[in-house]
Design a protein around this ligand. Structure first.
Ligand code: SAM
Length: 263
């Protein structure tokens, strides 16, 4: 069985294909049919699996999540924001600097890496081009961001066998518990509905000793649309999700926070 079939899980019962239990009858066919689409994009959001887009009122997302589904946003992320970030908003040197920090932390053989809330895949694509990862799984809630990721992969000459693309909700990650070596969640936590639940999911799917590299923006950015944090709040979120205090390191560069955690 391929690594992917062991690592990708139904977001509802959290089991891989071989273990999906009978009680998951309602979604078993959807999940298995979706897995058969590999290497093409899969939609493994809980609402897709359960077919409850209209009925599931509890799953409505806040504007800070939904706005990334507008088609203009991926264009901004590819063509407008990167030079602005490079001036220092997201580390001096922007994503290239962040890529250096990520690869320093993940090491020479990062294993299976998930880019959670990957957007257009600015990090997933760099990781793929580095050729060091055993496999990369790129997950995001926004269909528009993932469509742009697919286009950019073509332009970069990255094949679908290098990056598996999944539409997913960080609060119901369709990955098996204790299965992923390293996770990148760049500039993402402030966009999630519930940051503790998102990080709790990340903690769950990381292997013991697995690494999380995350970044987000800090107060006093006002939490009007996005939900910004203080460094103390970020530390509290990491601990509430399960990380031990000694295995959490945080740093603020201006209003940009970088977080290194080991499970
Ligand atoms: C600011 S963008 C960051 C994209 C990319 N990681 C980067 O470093 O530029 C935040 C991303 O989080 C995604 N997102 C928001 N809520 C999410 C959720 N509940 N589950 C998964 N992704 C989510 C958005 O669709 C968007 O692509």
């Amino acid at each position: 069985m391929s690594i992917l079939q062991e690592v990708i899980a139904c977001p509802v019962c959290r089991k891989p294909k071989a273990e999906v239990p009978q009680r998951c009858d309602a979604c078993i066919d959807y999940f298995k049919n979706e897995l058969a689409k590999i290497p093409s994009l899969m939609d493994l959001t809980p609402e897709a699996v359960l077919g409850t887009v209209e009925e599931n009122k509890d799953n409505t997302k806040p504007l800070r999540t939904e706005l990334f589904r507008f088609p203009i946003i991926p264009f901004l992320y590819e063509h407008i924001f990167p030079p602005i970030w490079a001036l220092g908003l997201r580390n001096l040197g922007g994503i290239d600097t962040e890529f250096g920090l990520v690869t320093d932390f993940f090491g020479q053989n990062p294993g299976i890496v998930a880019d959670v809330s990957c957007g257009t895949g600015i990090m997933a694509r760099r990781l793929a081009l580095s050729g060091k990862c055993k496999h990369i799984i790129a997950l995001d809630y926004s269909e528009s961001m993932l469509a742009q990721l697919q286009q950019e992969m073509k332009l970069d000459g990255i094949s679908l066998s290098q990056i598996t693309i999944i539409r997913a909700d960080v609060e119901a990650l369709p990955l098996v518990s204790n299965s992923i070596d390293a996770i990148y969640a760049g500039a993402a936590m402030h966009c999630w509905k519930d940051a503790v639940e998102g990080i709790r999911n990340i903690y769950r799917v990381l292997l013991p000793g697995g690494k999380l590299f995350a970044t987000t923006f800090l107060k006093p950015f006002p939490s009007i649309v996005f939900r910004f944090f203080s460094l103390q709040e970020l530390q509290d979120i990491m601990l509430a999700a399960g990380f031990k205090k000694d295995n959490v390191q945080l740093e603020a560069r201006g209003l940009y926070a970088t977080i290194w955690c080991i499970k």
